[in-house]
Write a protein that binds this ligand. Structure first.
Ligand code: NAD
Ligand code: TDX
Length: 340
Protein backbone atom coordinates (compact mmCIF):
# COMPACT_ATOMS: atom_id res chain seq x y z
CA UNK A 1 0.00 0.00 0.00
CA UNK A 2 1.15 3.59 -0.64
CA UNK A 3 0.36 5.85 2.30
CA UNK A 4 0.80 9.52 3.10
CA UNK A 5 1.81 10.35 6.67
CA UNK A 6 1.39 14.02 7.53
CA UNK A 7 3.57 15.41 10.30
CA UNK A 8 5.96 12.48 9.92
CA UNK A 9 8.93 14.46 11.26
CA UNK A 10 7.29 15.22 14.62
CA UNK A 11 7.27 13.06 17.73
CA UNK A 12 4.51 10.54 16.99
CA UNK A 13 4.88 10.92 13.21
CA UNK A 14 8.56 9.95 13.16
CA UNK A 15 7.88 6.98 15.42
CA UNK A 16 5.00 5.96 13.13
CA UNK A 17 7.09 6.24 9.95
CA UNK A 18 9.80 4.08 11.53
CA UNK A 19 7.17 1.62 12.81
CA UNK A 20 5.60 1.33 9.33
CA UNK A 21 8.94 0.75 7.62
CA UNK A 22 9.70 -2.01 10.12
CA UNK A 23 6.27 -3.66 10.42
CA UNK A 24 4.93 -3.05 6.89
CA UNK A 25 8.12 -3.20 4.79
CA UNK A 26 6.29 -3.47 1.47
CA UNK A 27 4.43 -0.17 2.01
CA UNK A 28 5.68 3.05 0.48
CA UNK A 29 5.53 5.87 3.03
CA UNK A 30 5.38 9.45 1.81
CA UNK A 31 5.98 11.90 4.63
CA UNK A 32 4.64 15.45 4.25
CA UNK A 33 5.89 17.82 6.92
CA UNK A 34 6.31 21.58 7.11
CA UNK A 35 9.25 21.25 9.53
CA UNK A 36 7.98 23.72 12.10
CA UNK A 37 9.94 24.13 15.35
CA UNK A 38 8.52 20.70 16.35
CA UNK A 39 9.48 18.84 13.19
CA UNK A 40 12.97 17.55 12.57
CA UNK A 41 14.32 15.52 9.68
CA UNK A 42 17.02 14.35 12.04
CA UNK A 43 14.30 12.29 13.80
CA UNK A 44 14.41 9.96 10.77
CA UNK A 45 18.13 9.99 10.08
CA UNK A 46 18.26 6.20 10.31
CA UNK A 47 15.96 5.98 7.26
CA UNK A 48 18.31 7.95 5.01
CA UNK A 49 18.60 6.24 1.64
CA UNK A 50 15.47 4.10 2.22
CA UNK A 51 13.69 4.09 -1.17
CA UNK A 52 10.31 3.37 0.46
CA UNK A 53 10.37 6.53 2.59
CA UNK A 54 9.91 9.74 0.64
CA UNK A 55 10.08 13.05 2.48
CA UNK A 56 8.31 16.13 1.08
CA UNK A 57 8.67 19.48 2.82
CA UNK A 58 5.35 21.34 2.66
CA UNK A 59 2.14 22.51 4.28
CA UNK A 60 -1.01 20.36 4.53
CA UNK A 61 -2.89 23.51 3.51
CA UNK A 62 -1.24 23.53 0.06
CA UNK A 63 -3.83 21.85 -2.18
CA UNK A 64 -1.71 21.88 -5.33
CA UNK A 65 1.10 20.12 -3.53
CA UNK A 66 -1.34 17.54 -2.13
CA UNK A 67 -2.74 16.80 -5.60
CA UNK A 68 0.76 16.36 -6.94
CA UNK A 69 1.88 14.03 -4.13
CA UNK A 70 -1.27 11.89 -4.33
CA UNK A 71 -0.98 11.49 -8.11
CA UNK A 72 2.77 11.08 -8.29
CA UNK A 73 3.00 8.44 -5.55
CA UNK A 74 -0.35 6.72 -6.09
CA UNK A 75 -1.39 7.47 -2.51
CA UNK A 76 -4.19 5.18 -1.30
CA UNK A 77 -4.65 6.28 2.31
CA UNK A 78 -3.65 9.02 4.75
CA UNK A 79 -2.47 8.92 8.35
CA UNK A 80 -3.13 12.54 9.38
CA UNK A 81 -0.91 13.63 12.27
CA UNK A 82 0.35 17.10 11.24
CA UNK A 83 -0.76 19.64 13.82
CA UNK A 84 0.27 22.31 16.23
CA UNK A 85 0.26 20.15 19.33
CA UNK A 86 1.23 22.10 22.44
CA UNK A 87 -1.52 23.41 24.74
CA UNK A 88 0.63 26.18 26.30
CA UNK A 89 1.52 27.56 22.87
CA UNK A 90 -2.17 27.56 21.90
CA UNK A 91 -2.83 29.82 24.90
CA UNK A 92 -0.03 32.21 23.88
CA UNK A 93 -1.06 32.28 20.20
CA UNK A 94 -4.14 30.39 19.00
CA UNK A 95 -4.14 31.52 15.35
CA UNK A 96 -1.72 28.99 13.90
CA UNK A 97 -3.72 26.24 15.66
CA UNK A 98 -6.85 27.23 13.74
CA UNK A 99 -4.83 27.57 10.54
CA UNK A 100 -3.15 24.18 10.64
CA UNK A 101 -5.43 22.01 12.76
CA UNK A 102 -8.78 23.20 11.42
CA UNK A 103 -8.23 24.76 7.99
CA UNK A 104 -5.27 22.53 7.08
CA UNK A 105 -7.25 19.39 7.94
CA UNK A 106 -10.10 20.61 5.77
CA UNK A 107 -7.81 21.08 2.74
CA UNK A 108 -6.44 17.57 3.28
CA UNK A 109 -9.95 16.11 3.53
CA UNK A 110 -10.94 17.83 0.29
CA UNK A 111 -7.90 16.38 -1.48
CA UNK A 112 -8.67 12.89 -0.10
CA UNK A 113 -12.27 13.22 -1.30
CA UNK A 114 -11.34 14.44 -4.77
CA UNK A 115 -8.89 11.56 -5.28
CA UNK A 116 -11.29 9.01 -3.74
CA UNK A 117 -8.70 7.64 -1.35
CA UNK A 118 -9.48 4.36 0.36
CA UNK A 119 -9.14 5.67 3.93
CA UNK A 120 -8.49 8.88 5.89
CA UNK A 121 -7.23 8.25 9.42
CA UNK A 122 -7.63 11.32 11.63
CA UNK A 123 -5.31 11.24 14.62
CA UNK A 124 -7.35 13.11 17.20
CA UNK A 125 -6.85 13.31 20.97
CA UNK A 126 -8.53 12.54 24.30
CA UNK A 127 -8.46 16.30 24.99
CA UNK A 128 -11.61 16.63 22.85
CA UNK A 129 -13.58 15.28 25.85
CA UNK A 130 -12.44 18.02 28.25
CA UNK A 131 -11.79 17.33 31.91
CA UNK A 132 -12.96 14.53 34.23
CA UNK A 133 -13.75 14.56 37.95
CA UNK A 134 -11.98 12.11 40.27
CA UNK A 135 -13.74 9.02 38.85
CA UNK A 136 -14.82 7.56 35.51
CA UNK A 137 -13.19 7.40 32.08
CA UNK A 138 -13.93 8.78 28.61
CA UNK A 139 -15.72 6.44 26.22
CA UNK A 140 -16.27 7.17 22.53
CA UNK A 141 -19.75 8.48 23.34
CA UNK A 142 -18.67 10.91 26.09
CA UNK A 143 -19.69 14.48 25.27
CA UNK A 144 -17.08 16.65 23.55
CA UNK A 145 -16.12 19.59 25.78
CA UNK A 146 -12.70 20.85 24.71
CA UNK A 147 -11.14 23.51 26.96
CA UNK A 148 -8.07 25.00 25.28
CA UNK A 149 -7.64 26.56 21.84
CA UNK A 150 -5.54 23.46 21.02
CA UNK A 151 -8.23 20.98 22.02
CA UNK A 152 -11.00 23.05 20.42
CA UNK A 153 -9.06 23.10 17.14
CA UNK A 154 -8.55 19.32 17.31
CA UNK A 155 -12.26 18.80 18.09
CA UNK A 156 -13.18 20.85 15.01
CA UNK A 157 -10.91 18.74 12.81
CA UNK A 158 -12.23 15.53 14.39
CA UNK A 159 -15.87 16.54 13.77
CA UNK A 160 -15.29 17.83 10.23
CA UNK A 161 -13.64 14.47 9.44
CA UNK A 162 -16.71 12.59 10.75
CA UNK A 163 -18.97 14.97 8.79
CA UNK A 164 -17.15 14.00 5.57
CA UNK A 165 -18.13 10.41 6.28
CA UNK A 166 -21.78 11.17 7.07
CA UNK A 167 -22.24 13.68 4.26
CA UNK A 168 -20.02 12.46 1.44
CA UNK A 169 -19.66 8.80 2.33
CA UNK A 170 -15.90 9.14 2.66
CA UNK A 171 -14.06 6.29 4.39
CA UNK A 172 -12.71 7.84 7.58
CA UNK A 173 -11.58 6.55 10.97
CA UNK A 174 -10.94 8.80 13.98
CA UNK A 175 -8.65 7.84 16.87
CA UNK A 176 -8.54 9.66 20.20
CA UNK A 177 -5.43 8.83 22.17
CA UNK A 178 -4.24 9.81 25.62
CA UNK A 179 -0.86 11.41 26.46
CA UNK A 180 2.07 9.84 24.64
CA UNK A 181 5.67 9.60 25.78
CA UNK A 182 8.82 8.06 24.32
CA UNK A 183 11.82 8.91 22.13
CA UNK A 184 11.93 12.06 19.97
CA UNK A 185 9.31 13.98 21.96
CA UNK A 186 10.10 17.68 21.85
CA UNK A 187 11.19 18.82 25.33
CA UNK A 188 8.37 21.30 25.80
CA UNK A 189 6.04 18.49 26.91
CA UNK A 190 6.02 17.32 30.53
CA UNK A 191 8.14 14.14 30.47
CA UNK A 192 11.03 15.17 28.16
CA UNK A 193 11.16 18.69 29.64
CA UNK A 194 11.51 17.30 33.16
CA UNK A 195 14.16 14.78 32.08
CA UNK A 196 16.22 17.41 30.24
CA UNK A 197 16.00 19.95 33.08
CA UNK A 198 16.84 17.34 35.72
CA UNK A 199 19.88 16.19 33.72
CA UNK A 200 21.12 19.81 33.71
CA UNK A 201 20.18 20.44 37.38
CA UNK A 202 17.70 23.12 36.26
CA UNK A 203 14.37 23.82 38.05
CA UNK A 204 11.42 21.55 37.18
CA UNK A 205 8.30 23.72 36.72
CA UNK A 206 5.19 21.94 38.03
CA UNK A 207 1.93 23.76 37.21
CA UNK A 208 -0.47 24.49 40.08
CA UNK A 209 -0.47 21.85 42.82
CA UNK A 210 0.89 19.09 40.56
CA UNK A 211 -2.31 17.07 41.18
CA UNK A 212 -3.51 17.07 37.54
CA UNK A 213 -3.81 13.56 36.16
CA UNK A 214 -2.90 12.30 32.70
CA UNK A 215 -3.26 8.78 31.28
CA UNK A 216 0.08 7.80 29.69
CA UNK A 217 0.82 5.56 26.71
CA UNK A 218 4.15 4.71 25.09
CA UNK A 219 4.31 6.09 21.54
CA UNK A 220 5.01 2.65 19.98
CA UNK A 221 1.81 1.29 21.52
CA UNK A 222 -0.02 4.24 19.96
CA UNK A 223 1.59 3.49 16.56
CA UNK A 224 0.46 -0.15 16.74
CA UNK A 225 -3.09 1.05 17.44
CA UNK A 226 -2.99 3.47 14.49
CA UNK A 227 -1.96 0.72 12.07
CA UNK A 228 -4.74 -1.53 13.39
CA UNK A 229 -7.26 1.30 12.99
CA UNK A 230 -6.04 1.89 9.43
CA UNK A 231 -6.22 -1.81 8.48
CA UNK A 232 -9.19 -3.08 10.47
CA UNK A 233 -11.11 -0.07 11.80
CA UNK A 234 -14.72 0.34 10.68
CA UNK A 235 -15.40 3.35 8.48
CA UNK A 236 -17.04 6.26 10.28
CA UNK A 237 -16.04 4.94 13.71
CA UNK A 238 -14.13 6.54 16.56
CA UNK A 239 -11.61 4.53 18.63
CA UNK A 240 -10.25 5.62 22.00
CA UNK A 241 -6.65 4.60 22.69
CA UNK A 242 -5.26 4.70 26.22
CA UNK A 243 -2.67 3.14 28.42
CA UNK A 244 -4.57 2.68 31.67
CA UNK A 245 -1.65 4.46 33.35
CA UNK A 246 -3.16 7.38 35.23
CA UNK A 247 -0.55 9.38 37.11
CA UNK A 248 -0.49 12.74 38.87
CA UNK A 249 2.05 15.09 37.29
CA UNK A 250 3.92 15.39 40.56
CA UNK A 251 4.26 11.59 40.79
CA UNK A 252 5.86 11.52 37.36
CA UNK A 253 8.24 14.35 38.19
CA UNK A 254 9.32 12.62 41.39
CA UNK A 255 9.75 9.28 39.57
CA UNK A 256 12.02 10.94 36.97
CA UNK A 257 14.13 12.58 39.69
CA UNK A 258 14.41 9.28 41.56
CA UNK A 259 15.42 7.34 38.42
CA UNK A 260 18.09 9.97 37.64
CA UNK A 261 19.30 10.20 41.25
CA UNK A 262 18.50 13.93 41.41
CA UNK A 263 17.07 15.82 44.44
CA UNK A 264 13.40 16.82 44.81
CA UNK A 265 14.64 20.33 45.70
CA UNK A 266 14.75 20.94 41.91
CA UNK A 267 10.91 20.99 41.85
CA UNK A 268 9.29 24.45 41.56
CA UNK A 269 5.51 24.87 41.85
CA UNK A 270 4.68 27.61 39.34
CA UNK A 271 1.57 29.42 38.14
CA UNK A 272 -1.09 27.05 36.82
CA UNK A 273 -1.97 26.72 33.12
CA UNK A 274 -5.12 28.81 32.44
CA UNK A 275 -8.15 26.50 32.05
CA UNK A 276 -5.97 23.51 33.02
CA UNK A 277 -7.89 20.23 32.58
CA UNK A 278 -7.77 18.36 35.90
CA UNK A 279 -7.94 14.74 34.86
CA UNK A 280 -7.98 12.58 31.73
CA UNK A 281 -8.68 8.85 31.68
CA UNK A 282 -9.45 6.80 28.60
CA UNK A 283 -11.58 3.68 28.32
CA UNK A 284 -9.95 1.70 25.46
CA UNK A 285 -12.38 -1.29 25.62
CA UNK A 286 -13.65 -0.75 22.08
CA UNK A 287 -10.29 -0.92 20.29
CA UNK A 288 -9.32 -3.86 22.50
CA UNK A 289 -12.44 -5.92 21.88
CA UNK A 290 -13.16 -4.95 18.26
CA UNK A 291 -9.63 -4.65 16.82
CA UNK A 292 -7.64 -6.77 19.27
CA UNK A 293 -5.26 -3.98 20.33
CA UNK A 294 -3.23 -4.35 23.48
CA UNK A 295 -0.29 -2.41 24.77
CA UNK A 296 3.13 -4.02 25.04
CA UNK A 297 4.71 -2.03 27.88
CA UNK A 298 3.97 -1.03 31.44
CA UNK A 299 4.36 2.67 32.21
CA UNK A 300 7.29 2.04 34.55
CA UNK A 301 9.26 0.08 31.90
CA UNK A 302 8.42 2.62 29.20
CA UNK A 303 9.43 5.53 31.41
CA UNK A 304 12.79 4.05 32.34
CA UNK A 305 13.52 3.20 28.65
CA UNK A 306 12.57 6.77 27.73
CA UNK A 307 14.81 8.29 30.39
CA UNK A 308 17.69 6.16 29.12
CA UNK A 309 16.99 7.36 25.56
CA UNK A 310 17.22 11.03 26.63
CA UNK A 311 20.41 10.33 28.59
CA UNK A 312 21.91 8.69 25.48
CA UNK A 313 20.66 11.37 23.06
CA UNK A 314 21.70 14.59 24.78
CA UNK A 315 23.03 16.03 21.50
CA UNK A 316 19.55 15.57 19.89
CA UNK A 317 17.61 17.42 22.57
CA UNK A 318 20.27 20.09 22.98
CA UNK A 319 20.12 20.81 19.26
CA UNK A 320 16.32 20.90 18.92
CA UNK A 321 15.91 23.12 21.99
CA UNK A 322 18.63 25.63 21.16
CA UNK A 323 18.01 29.24 20.13
CA UNK A 324 14.41 30.43 19.86
CA UNK A 325 13.02 27.56 21.92
CA UNK A 326 15.34 28.22 24.86
CA UNK A 327 14.16 31.81 24.88
CA UNK A 328 10.50 30.68 24.81
CA UNK A 329 11.04 28.31 27.71
CA UNK A 330 13.05 30.75 29.87
CA UNK A 331 10.42 33.51 29.40
CA UNK A 332 7.50 31.17 30.09
CA UNK A 333 9.20 29.84 33.19
CA UNK A 334 10.12 33.29 34.55
CA UNK A 335 6.55 34.56 34.06
CA UNK A 336 4.96 31.53 35.72
CA UNK A 337 7.35 31.75 38.66
CA UNK A 338 6.60 35.45 39.18
CA UNK A 339 2.86 34.86 39.12
CA UNK A 340 2.89 31.78 41.39
P1 NAD B 1 4.50 17.29 17.20
O1 NAD B 1 4.25 18.72 17.51
O2 NAD B 1 5.68 16.60 17.79
O3 NAD B 1 4.59 17.10 15.62
C1 NAD B 1 3.75 17.76 14.71
C2 NAD B 1 4.38 17.68 13.33
O4 NAD B 1 3.50 18.32 12.40
C3 NAD B 1 5.72 18.40 13.22
O5 NAD B 1 6.66 17.61 12.55
C4 NAD B 1 5.41 19.65 12.42
O6 NAD B 1 6.50 20.12 11.65
C5 NAD B 1 4.26 19.17 11.55
N1 NAD B 1 3.38 20.25 11.08
C6 NAD B 1 2.85 21.25 11.83
N2 NAD B 1 2.11 22.07 11.05
C7 NAD B 1 2.15 21.55 9.80
C8 NAD B 1 1.55 21.93 8.56
N3 NAD B 1 0.77 23.01 8.47
N4 NAD B 1 1.78 21.18 7.47
C9 NAD B 1 2.60 20.07 7.55
N5 NAD B 1 3.19 19.68 8.69
C10 NAD B 1 2.96 20.40 9.80
O7 NAD B 1 3.16 16.54 17.59
P2 NAD B 1 2.93 15.05 18.15
O8 NAD B 1 2.97 15.08 19.62
O9 NAD B 1 3.77 14.13 17.39
O10 NAD B 1 1.40 14.84 17.73
C11 NAD B 1 1.06 14.31 16.46
C12 NAD B 1 -0.45 14.25 16.33
O11 NAD B 1 -0.98 13.40 17.35
C13 NAD B 1 -1.14 15.59 16.51
O12 NAD B 1 -2.21 15.64 15.59
C14 NAD B 1 -1.64 15.57 17.94
O13 NAD B 1 -2.79 16.37 18.08
C15 NAD B 1 -1.98 14.11 18.10
N6 NAD B 1 -1.90 13.59 19.47
C16 NAD B 1 -0.78 13.79 20.23
C17 NAD B 1 -0.70 13.26 21.52
C18 NAD B 1 0.52 13.45 22.38
O14 NAD B 1 0.49 13.09 23.55
N7 NAD B 1 1.61 13.99 21.86
C19 NAD B 1 -1.79 12.53 22.03
C20 NAD B 1 -2.93 12.35 21.24
C21 NAD B 1 -2.96 12.86 19.95
O1 TDX C 1 6.28 22.42 32.37
C1 TDX C 1 5.23 21.78 32.51
N1 TDX C 1 4.72 21.59 33.77
C2 TDX C 1 3.55 20.93 34.01
O2 TDX C 1 3.13 20.80 35.18
C3 TDX C 1 4.49 21.23 31.39
C4 TDX C 1 4.99 21.41 29.99
C5 TDX C 1 3.32 20.55 31.66
N2 TDX C 1 2.85 20.42 32.92
C6 TDX C 1 1.58 19.69 33.14
C7 TDX C 1 0.41 20.16 32.32
C8 TDX C 1 -0.38 18.87 32.11
O3 TDX C 1 -1.23 18.65 33.22
O4 TDX C 1 1.82 18.34 32.74
C9 TDX C 1 0.68 17.77 32.08
C10 TDX C 1 1.07 17.34 30.69
O5 TDX C 1 1.33 18.51 29.94
P1 TDX C 1 1.80 18.42 28.39
O6 TDX C 1 2.98 17.51 28.31
O7 TDX C 1 1.92 19.82 27.89
O8 TDX C 1 0.59 17.64 27.72
P2 TDX C 1 -1.00 17.92 27.68
O9 TDX C 1 -1.31 19.33 27.89
O10 TDX C 1 -1.64 16.91 28.60
O11 TDX C 1 -1.30 17.53 26.14
C11 TDX C 1 -0.69 16.37 25.54
O12 TDX C 1 -1.57 15.28 25.52
C12 TDX C 1 -2.64 15.31 24.61
C13 TDX C 1 -0.17 16.68 24.14
O13 TDX C 1 0.68 17.81 24.18
C14 TDX C 1 -1.32 16.88 23.18
O14 TDX C 1 -0.80 17.08 21.86
C15 TDX C 1 -2.20 15.67 23.21
O15 TDX C 1 -3.31 15.85 22.39
Amino acid sequence: MNVLVTGGCGFIGSNLVRYLRRERPSWKVVNLDKLTYAGNLENLQDLEGDPNHVFVKGDIGNRELLDLIIRQHGIEAIFHLAAESHVDRSILGPEVFIQTNVLGTHVLLEAARAHQLKRFLMVSTDEVYGSLGPTGAFTESSPLRPSSPYSASKTSADLVTLAYHHTFGMDVVVTRCSNNYGPYQFPEKLIPLMIANALDDKPLPVYGDGGNVRDWLHVEDHCAALVLAMEKGKSGEVYNIGGGAERKNIEIVKAILAMLGKPESLIRFVQDRPGHDRRYAIDPSKIRSELGWKQARTFEDGLSQTIKWYVDHRSWWERVTSGAYRQYFETQYANRLKAA
